[in-house]
Design a protein around this ligand. Structure first.
Ligand code: HEC
Ligand code: HEC
Length: 459
């Protein structure tokens, strides 16, 4: 058998002075996920164990490649072979040091696809600045005073037309992934309410995500500034950098992303327009993405036009602009406590709750099976539903609330007969279920789902 010899190649170290590091090695001593970039068809020969920090003896190491090998194989403490095709291989190393302490690291070996082209942008920017939009009064109040919907816009990063324009380009730019195959818009698709029509998405490494991609309408409104299904993140600025570095989702490092953006001719002027200087940094990427996320406001659905706001932001039990069926459904949304958790009009979540999907939840969420839902705006288009995408249709969700709620220990009191008691049963008729669906459909915001200012500028 022919031994593969390390050729002078193409191994580029992200986050490290280009060309300075010895071939086939990674920068040591970093706690961030590491990245080794190669070109498709190049020969790889890496000492994987050398990168486990501490007194790793390496005598007792386990190296695994996932989800596939792309032609690479483990030989002792090295990963070697000819990288087949475009994609990413995750190398997981578990190694015992001389004191017997187990250390683990992971890094990706990535052969990127060609970079995407340039975005096409309008001569005059679209309007994203919410002060220029015709928003309902309660939305506006939320920007000024927090109540009633808890706008999370910080004073340091208000949405501007230039900032959200940059955010839109970043949101749809596959350069943000190490492989050039995934943008935010891959999993958050405009026509599907910025969710993806599958239970779990497939990330840059080809592996499934742990949870269902959430819809993004009205994501700026969040009580106690909490995001993700387990409410683990506090700001959209910091959230936006998480998928970029996630091992499965975009499998990139921030230095590699910044270097790629700097190498284009169109990003410096976009940063200049957004922030007053052409400097490109990860923080600014987070800020621009947060501005675009906060521009995804839903306020143009039938429910908004049928019941324009007066003094009260709450929906009444009946509105003249609705059909009889929609009004029946609206009343059921109110009587069924739905709007206690999915709050009026913006339909975002107040506090995470356990909805009795399982007696014992496999995924703990925020703890004890409590989860945060995205806004129910555009809900017809964001299937499948729940944190694990277990329900394929709205009818299945309604059937769950009707008769399927399980007696989980921390089941919300709102879904029990009385506080502390058994799960509540709504015992809806077929007609009532249809009415509920019709009422939920009045929150489909077609104007938003088709608005060119939210569309992919790379197409
Ligand atoms: C590979 C698929 C994938 C990609 C790519 C991806 N996301 Fe997500 N996104 C998800 C999943 C899955 C969740 C739910 C995660 C969780 O709750 O733990 C999510 C959740 C979110 C949320 C939380 C919404 C809420 O209401 O709490 C935001 C915001 C978000 N993503 C923005 C982005 C941005 C910005 C990017 C690009 C930088 C991005 N996503 C890239 C799959 C993806
Ligand atoms: C106790 C609070 C609470 C009540 C009451 C409640 N929900 Fe929910 N709802 C949630 C939570 C929490 C989730 C997310 C659960 C998950 O992801 O596992 C959710 C999820 C949903 C979803 C799926 C959202 C998505 O994007 O996947 C729909 C649709 C929904 N609820 C509709 C309703 C309707 C209709 C009612 C009234 C019959 C209702 N809810 C009552 C808390 C509640």
């Amino acid at each position: 058998m022919q031994r593969v010899i390390l050729l002078p190649l193409l191994v580029l170290l992200a986050g490290c002075g280009a060309g300075e590091a010895p071939r086939g090695s990674l920068p040591a001593g970093q706690d961030r996920p590491l990245l080794l970039l190669v070109t498709p068809g190049s020969v790889v020969d890496v000492d994987a164990v050398a990168h486990v920090s501490g007194k790793a003896a390496g005598a007792d190491s386990t190296i695994t490649l996932s989800p596939g090998s792309h032609g690479l194989a483990v030989a002792g403490r090295r990963v070697t072979g000819t990288f087949a095709g475009v994609g990413a291989v995750r190398v997981s190393v578990a190694s015992r040091d001389s004191d017997g302490v187990l250390k683990t690291i992971q890094f990706n070996i990535v052969a990127p696809a060609p970079e995407p082209g340039r975005p096409v942008l309008p001569d005059r920017p679209f309007t994203y600045d919410d002060l220029q939009l015709d928003l309902p009064p309660s939305y506006r109040e939320s920007r000024q005073s927090g109540a009633p919907y808890w706008d999370t816009t910080p004073e340091t990063n208000p949405v501007s037309d230039a900032g959200a324009t940059l955010g839109r380009v970043l949101f749809y730019d596959k350069r943000l992934s190490s492989t050039n195959t995934h943008s935010c818009g891959t999993c958050h698709q405009q026509k599907h309410g910025f969710a993806e029509p599958r239970s779990f998405s497939v990330g840059a490494t080809g592996e499934p995500t742990r949870r269902n991609a959430m819809g993004l309408a009205n994501v700026r409104y969040s009580l106690r500034d909490r995001f993700f299904a387990d409410a683990r993140v506090r700001t959209l600025e910091s959230l936006a950098l998480i998928p970029i570095q996630d091992h499965v989702e975009m499998a990139n490092t921030l230095p590699n992303m910044v270097a790629k953006l700097q190498a284009t001719d169109f990003y410096p002027p976009l940063f200049q327009a957004a922030f007053g200087s052409a400097q490109i940094s990860a923080d600014r990427v987070g800020m621009a993405l947060a501005q675009f996320l906060r521009s995804l406001i839903s306020y143009r659905a039938k429910a908004d036009t049928a019941y324009p706001e007066g003094g009260d932001s709450r929906f009444p039990e009946a509105t003249p602009g609705f059909t009889a069926q929609e009004n029946e459904g609206l009343k059921l949304l109110i009587d069924g406590n739905c709007l206690h958790c999915h709050v009026d009009r913006v339909l975002t979540m107040v506090d995470p709750a356990n909805t009795g999907l399982d007696v014992e939840s496999v995924d703990p969420g925020q703890g004890d099976g409590t989860f945060r839902a995205a806004s129910l705006r555009n809900i017809r288009h964001t299937a499948p539903y729940m944190h694990d995408g277990r329900f394929q249709s709205l009818r299945e969700v309604i059937d769950h609330y009707d008769t399927g709620v399980k007696p989980a220990q921390s089941l919300s009191p709102l879904l029990r007969v009385r506080n502390g008691d058994a799960p509540r049963r709504l015992n809806l008729t077929e007609r009532q279920k249809r009415a509920l669906e019709a009422a939920l459909d009045t929150f489909t915001d077609s104007a938003m789902l088709e608005d060119p200012k939210f569309s992919d500028p790379f197409h």
